[in-house]
Design a protein around this ligand. Sequence first.
Ligand SMILES: [Zn+2]
Length: 133
Amino acid sequence: MRLSIPRFWRKRFDYYSVRISECLDCGRKFYPRRSICPYCRSRNVKVVTSRGVGEVLTYTVSYYRLEGYEEVIPKVIALIKLVEGPVLIGELVDVDISEVREGLKVEAVLRRLKSEDPAGLIYYGIKFRPIVG
Ligand SMILES: [Zn+2]
């Protein structure tokens, strides 16, 4: 995936925090964000920032070499259920693969997304690490 500077800037809040939608009529939260509630069809929806805390529902280990992302192989990609309810896909960091399991409690952290590009930019984004203690 190629991230142009303007595109990255426009979407920077989505890369630097976990932002979900909340329906102000039925109170449910969902992700990906939408302007219409998938549960009650209300358009009375706002964007809220998740606490970024959740648990692993399931996961997979990827050995695929994607250009610019070679630094971390293998990658652990997990389906994560946030405490607010929505489920999203995220990369796990700071964890030994043998310790990854269903139900592992994780929290969002800001990490380097990919190696430096030819323009000298370093992109950061959200990944998830185990909550210790
Ligand atoms: Zn609703």
